[in-house]
Design a protein around this ligand. Sequence first.
Ligand SMILES: *Cc1c(COP(=O)(O)O)cnc(C)c1O
Length: 393
Amino acid sequence: MKNAFIPFANPGVAFQARKPEYDEAFSRVIGSGQYILGSEVETFERHFADWLAGTSRDAGECVGVANGTDAIEITLRALLGLFPVPPGKLPAVFTVSHTAVATVAAIERAGCVPVLVDIDEASYTMSPSSLESAVNMVTTQRPDLVPIAIIPVHLYGHPCEMDAIMAFGERHGIRIIEDCAQAHGAAYSGRKVGTLGIAGTFSFYPTKNLGAIGDAGAVYTKDAALAAEMRALRQYGWRQRYVSAVPGINSRMDPLQAAFLDINLRHLNADNAARRSIAARYDSLLSSVRVTLPTAKPGIEHVYHLYVLRSKRRDALAAFLHERGVGTAVHYPQAVHSQPAYAGRVIIAPSGLPITERVVPELLSLPMFPQLIQADVERVAYALLAWDKEQLS
Ligand SMILES: *Cc1c(COP(=O)(O)O)cnc(C)c1O
């Protein structure tokens, strides 16, 4: 066992440990006779909304959907339903190129034009200055486009610079939709991400901080009209059964996943605390290693969906670690604007994406999941120390 391969992620460990809880939920759902939406979904929606809002009195609501990509698409469609762009114009949505491709795919699925901006070199999240120049470029040079939303992505569990982004959005009348797929529980100035913008979208892909045993997603919002629009959109545009008020899609959360998620939600604070303590352990063990470690600014609560370091010899380092039984992953091997589906086609910020392009080939994600044991954290660290030593000789 001692030298077993350390996987980069391992959701099955937690799922096995919680199996008795899931078995009970499984039997309850089968016995309920309700297999689409219904009370299990409503219960999870309420619990997740309350967990996000915490003690704040302006608690919003949560709309369960089929996955995190749909969560973004449905939020944008709902926004366009409430605030349509003038005929002949296309809605523009600003986000980063350094994200899961899902963010950009959802923007296009909603009929919007993605405009990709650069990142900050320390946090790897949206650069407020690149955002500003991209918005200025669109408003002055693209009369065919109307900026409708900014989607900051709280990548790796690290919140974006929300003060600057929100102030900018407010000044220009552009709404903020937070992509929180990697940041369940991350906080900015004491408030959980997802509660800061007009909406926060979540994915419950199994390896996320809060994961289902399959696909699921959700949107949090304090805007009741937006929530109502999203509830219609996720089910054929129905406000009343069998009557589509607006053209919708089918993106329902199923009660089985809702029941499993409600169980995992009870473990989420402990899981996030475990991720933070693993990160702290990596931070101290790796302090002498000549790689760039992740950072978190004061006032930010990082939830370490991923622990990502930076090395000029990334691929050689990954191979070295693999040989020593340490699994790693790359998030992401190519920025969205350089992937074949998007290259040469999407709009990018006027000064280009120099930081994204410099950083992407150097990023490497170390093993990170709540059940990663201390001995394995140390094995990962010792392998990195060995690598560092070998670079010297
Ligand atoms: C996982 C993820 C998504 C998409 O979620 P799915 O549930 O896989 O559709 C969107 N954005 C980011 C940043 C993600 O990490």
